[in-house]
Design a protein. Structure first.
Length: 304
């Protein structure tokens, strides 16, 4: 599918990449694609925000350009920097040949061939298959000055390089921005985007995710997995398991040839679901056995 001209087609586009989306998410994505506005996705870690950009790039046949954000991210890492070793080599070669002209050389070393393009600048360049998908991942990890710099990029899809001038995208890239909400992103940036909160999926949708991503898993095992994970998400834990952890746990249980979950299996594999020792200690043992007993009772009642 080359494009999506309706919300239903957007749902189908995501499904083509085995992404199980709800209609509100598909609506936000459809509007973002149609109106050329960035899509700002916020939610807990592991709920599938980053995957949306990957699926879009795959199903639309576009290049995926990813800017992984972190504290201290600067222009040199995100946008561009000059290749100083090559510039110095050019200067020395010119001096050695006796052709060094200070004014001319000053212009020559600030040509495109000496420019190292980082993700944001790459995303503004023409691409053979059409505008790329630009993923700005975990924006909340950066600081406010970098957010302010992004305003020019997201408003006009242009970047100003003092030595070369302003570079504008011939066609705006498809922009997906994600945040785990470890801090609030400034309103000025959010206003330039369509916003959607990506929540944990319903049990039915999480079952469908397992079926699509890991076909061949027995229904009873999938039901136990989803029910157990959803029960954990209702507990007071430091870090609740996301969809990524659900899939990791399913893969682990399948690798261990488990046909159903037992208390012993939970204790042995809890580290694939929970990533903090305090959380593991809180659930392991009698607590896990009690949760599993309740789940099995509910599943048995539903089948009868």
């Amino acid at each position: 599918m080359a494009s999506a001209s309706s919300i239903d087609e957007t749902l189908a586009l995501l499904a083509q990449g085995d992404y199980v989306a709800d209609r509100p998410l598909a609506t936000a994505l459809f509007l973002s694609l149609q109106l050329g506005r960035p899509l700002f996705l916020e939610g807990e870690a592991g709920v599938g925000k980053t995957e949306i950009a990957k699926v879009l790039a795959e199903t639309l046949g576009r290049r995926l350009i990813r800017l992984q954000c972190y504290e201290g991210l600067d222009v040199a890492s995100a946008v561009y920097e000059w290749n100083y070793p090559r510039q110095m080599l050019e200067i020395r070669l010119a001096e050695a040949s006796g052709e060094a002209d200070r004014d001319g050389l000053g212009q020559d070393i600030f040509r495109e061939q000496f420019l190292i393009q980082r993700p944001l600048l790459q995303a503004l360049q023409p691409q053979a298959g059409g505008p790329p998908v630009l993923l700005i991942d975990e924006l909340d990890r950066t600081d406010e000055p970098f957010e302010a710099f992004l305003l020019e990029v997201l408003s006009d899809f242009q970047i100003t390089i003092p030595e070369m001038g302003t570079i504008r995208a011939p066609q705006p890239p498809i922009v997906v921005i994600t945040s785990n909400r470890t801090r609030e992103v400034h309103d000025a940036l959010k206003r330039r985007c369509f916003y959607h909160w990506v929540d944990y999926p319903t049990a039915a949708r999480e079952m469908e995710i397992i079926r699509r991503k890991l076909p061949g898993i027995e229904d009873r095992l999938s039901q136990q997995i989803v029910a157990f994970v959803h029960e954990l998400r209702s507990r007071d834990l430091f870090k609740l398991p996301g969809v990524a952890e659900t899939l990791d746990w399913t893969r682990a249980l399948n690798t261990l040839d488990c046909l159903e979950i037992t208390p012993e299996v939970i204790n042995d594999t809890l580290g694939t679901l929970l990533k903090y020792q305090d959380d593991i200690a809180k659930i392991r043992g009698s607590e896990a056995a009690g949760i599993l007993a309740e789940i099995n009772a509910r599943l048995a009642a539903a089948r009868s």
